[in-house]
Design a protein around this ligand. Sequence first.
Ligand SMILES: Nc1nc2c(ncn2[C@@H]2O[C@H](COP(=O)(O)OP(=O)(O)OP(=O)(O)O)[C@@H](O)[C@H]2O)c(=O)[nH]1
Ligand SMILES: [Mg+2]
Length: 265
Amino acid sequence: MSRVSQEEAWRRVRSVLEMSDLVLEVIDARDPVETRNRRLEDLVNRLGKSLMMVINKADLVPMEVLKEWRRFLERDYPTVFISARGRLGTRKLIVNIKRYAPRLPVRVSVVGYPNVGKSTIINYLKGRHVAETSPVPGWTIGEQIVRAKQWLIVIDTPGVVPVEEVKDEALLVIKGAIDPSKLDDPVVPAIKLIMRIKSFNPKAFMERYGVDSEDPMELLELVGRRRGLLMRGGKVNIREAAIAVIRDWILGKLTYYYRPGDRNA
Ligand SMILES: Nc1nc2c(ncn2[C@@H]2O[C@H](COP(=O)(O)OP(=O)(O)OP(=O)(O)O)[C@@H](O)[C@H]2O)c(=O)[nH]1
Ligand SMILES: [Mg+2]
């Protein structure tokens, strides 16, 4: 993820936005603050396009918290929460696309960080599998235009990551935006992720792995041992344990949530 390729990615996003009538910004219900992309929103506004917020992965967060987020985000943009995979709220998404479409047929682009569920949403809108989905962040490579319905044309896009954040791998891990096997050192980002998960959901690790510790490094050891991630000689392979924790976060098997305005967010 070089700086240049990110700038190129933004140029491509811009050209996608230019040809859309309505932009869906997809964010992760577990961490709306970190998966929201202000630079993207500014660009959409500058281009004079309509934007709708789609809080996805609603199956991982309690209903009353989702409603708080919707109320909060609606101050800026029309907002819906859905579970694209669980098909929760998806009909409401279609109703709202039609409602906010400046014209019909409407061209809708689906944008956001890697792995938030853009391609899964497009498959739902189409009603069958047309866009490749994967738990590996960065899966969709090129834009893809899909005629989902007679009145609805959707554009799938690769995830965008702001240039400024490319250097901070821990932040990208929390956003679910990076494939952990590609990291030189997954341990430091995993530790930051562990601390964030624990701060919002103290029971997460006990529930997922049956082990826990206040010391993140020791927790990685325990998780590695529990998972049998051992090196020759029986020492825990900490790197593999770190990757396992990051993968579980990406897969939604470790989760947390917080509310708008939460002091720790
Ligand atoms: N729990 C949960 N998982 C979801 C939901 N929607 C998508 N996923 C999962 O999230 C992962 C990423 O989904 P994709 O649709 O490939 O995400 P994307 O935004 O297109 O990702 P890139 O193409 O990498 O930018 C997959 O493993 C999906 O099954 C959802 O509503 N709930
Ligand atoms: Mg995709």
